[in-house]
Structure formats: C-alpha cells, structure tokens
Design a protein around this ligand. Structure first.
Ligand code: E4P
Length: 314
C-alpha cells in the first residue's frame, strides 16, 4: 500500500545521490533552491504544445513514441525526422526521447544510430519486451540486448513499456539511462480489470492465474499489475517500489514516470520517488491553476485598487 510517511527516507536518500539538475546560473550568487528536484518532461511530439511549456521553464525534456509522432502529424520518416529535429533544437541540451520501431537486434541498432545522429540530445527509446507478442519467432531479450549494446556505444537509452519493478531492474542492469514505468496504463488496467481490493500480502506480487472469458490468462494475470491493495494508486506504488530498489542498490538509472492521466498521479509520483515525470501537455498547461487560486487572485486585484496608482519604487 502506498504510504507517504514510509516514502520519505527512501525518496530523500535517492535525491541526495542523484545529480543536480537545476544548477546555479553562472556568475550568480543565489544558489538554486531545488537543485535535485525531480525533472518534468512533456509527453508529446507536438511542437506547439512543447514550445510554451519550455519557454515558461516548466519542462526540461520531451518524450515521444510512435503514437505521439502520428498524432503530431508525421506520415513518413522524413516528417518524423523534421519534427524530431525541431524539438531537439528547441530543447538542446535537454533530452528528447525518440522510439525505435524496428524489431530485430541488428535493425534496431542501425535505427538507433540513425536517431542518435539527428541531434546530440537524442535519447533512444527501446521497448523492453513484447517482441514475441508481435511475432513468436522473435527473441524475447531483444530490447535488453539493444539497451546493453547502445550503452556500450555511449548512446543514451530510455527503456520503455515497464510495468513491474523487476522489469525496471533488468533494464537498469542492461545499462538504461532512463526507465519508463507506465503508471497510468497500470491504473487504467486495475480500474477496469482487476478484482476487488485485496489485502496487501507479504509478496510484492499476486500471482493469480485466473482467466478471462476468452481463456486469456495473461490479460488478467495480476502479476502484470504490480502489488495488490488499493487500486487507485497502483501506478504510484510501482514508482515507489522501483525508487526503493534503486536507492538500496545505488542504481542511477533515472525513473521516468510516464503515462499520466491526472494531477493526483503527478502528486503521488512526486511523493513516491520518481526522478522525472513525463506528463501530457493538457495536464501541464494547468500547473498554476486552482479554483481557490483564481478566487484569491481576483480578490487581491480588487483590493489593490484602493492603493495609489503609482507604486512607490524608492
Ligand atoms: C512515454 O514515454 C510513454 O510513451 C507515454 O507516457 C505513454 O502514455 P499513454 O499510456 O498515455 O499512451
């Protein structure tokens, strides 16, 4: 069960060990007060969504995937390249994840080299698994082999489609710079498919093997939805498990929490020990909003009207 009180020490230890991301500006005395704050990335390939968020200092990275590229209007690889390079140029030197679409080791390496040649701040996104789901003859370890090979070539990777903490471990062990646990899809899954709440047991995983009406065991196997307990925070608890594991073993692979659906998940992830949150633009566009902020602001502006028009600047 995700418990904020229990997360404090672990998350603090992890932050202390991680690199500074908000460095103090050159020649300035005022040190940045949140040098090791979690970073926020925009989870979109749409330039018009990214630019205002970047210019407002809200994001310092971008993640994309083939679905987001398609949504941004890319219809061929020339357009994928054009979109990617424009985002990379805007964000430079901050990281921009571009996902591989090839499915076999040699082709993935070749494609990774191509993506990495597009800009210095490209991070190659590698699906951890699912290769045999696409074609049973494929090698199930392809993703992990590619992550390791790219690490050996000094190419940064973001190992994606992570749904449990052991996948996160294997990806980190292979040399991934970032891992992307999809907490929103986990929460969606749990809401839609999981059984009623179970008391948390002494195992991180329930290994139920009940089947759905089509006899599909994997779809309903709660092994794939991390730990039991309250369903609403299932994704955040995954982030917390990974954070604890990575802190215990001083693993510096960054936990890039992904697939957000709402602000609650953002708050929970910040408490759970995520290093980076990649959030869709419609959620990020509302970061400064709250109905009581609106109400308070209207009142302050109204009350300030009784003062002189010319503020004393001296
Ligand atoms: C980011 O890296 C992922 O590709 C993305 O967050 C997936 O989000 P979705 O579950 O909304 O598709």
């Amino acid at each position: 069960m995700f418990d904020v009180q229990q997360t404090k020490a672990g998350a603090h230890n992890r932050r202390v060990r991680m690199a500074e991301v908000n460095t103090t500006a050159k020649g300035k005395k005022l040190a940045h007060p949140s040098a090791r704050a979690p970073r926020i990335f925009a989870d979109t390939a749409t330039y018009s969504e990214i630019e205002p968020l970047y210019k407002a200092g809200i994001i310092n990275g971008v993640t994309t995937n083939p679905s987001l590229m398609k949504k941004a209007g890319a219809k061929n690889w020339d357009q994928v390249k054009e979109i990617s390079q424009s985002i990379c140029k805007l964000l430079d030197p901050n990281p921009v994840s571009l996902e591989l679409t090839e499915l076999t080791f040699d082709k993935m390496l070749e494609q990774a080299e191509m993506l990495a040649s597009w800009a210095d701040n490209v991070v190659v996104k590698v699906p951890i698994g699912g290769y045999q789901a696409v074609d049973p003859s494929f090698d199930p370890y392809t993703g992990l082999k590619v992550v390791r090979a790219l690490w050996e070539r000094d190419i940064k990777t973001n190992c994606t489609l992570i749904f449990n903490s052991t996948q996160a471990f294997w990806a980190a062990n292979a040399g991934a710079t970032y891992i992307s646990p999809f907490l929103g899809r986990l929460a969606d899954y749990a809401y839609k498919n999981d059984e009623v709440e179970k008391a948390p047991g002494n195992s991180l995983y329930y290994i139920d093997d009940h089947k759905n009406e089509k006899g599909d065991q994997n779809v309903f196997n709660t092994e794939f939805v991390a730990s039991g307990g309250k369903r609403k925070d299932i994704g955040s608890r995954l982030i917390n498990e990974i954070s604890a594991m990575f802190t215990n073993y001083d693993i510096h692979t960054e936990i890039l929490a992904a697939s957000f659906r709402n602000f609650t998940q953002v708050s929970e992830c910040l408490l759970a020990g995520a290093d980076i949150l990649t959030v869709p633009a419609p959620i990020l566009e509302k970061v400064a909003d709250h109905p009581l902020t609106d109400e308070g602001m209207v009142r302050f502006v109204e009350d300030s009207k009784v003062f002189d028009n010319e503020p004393a600047m001296a």
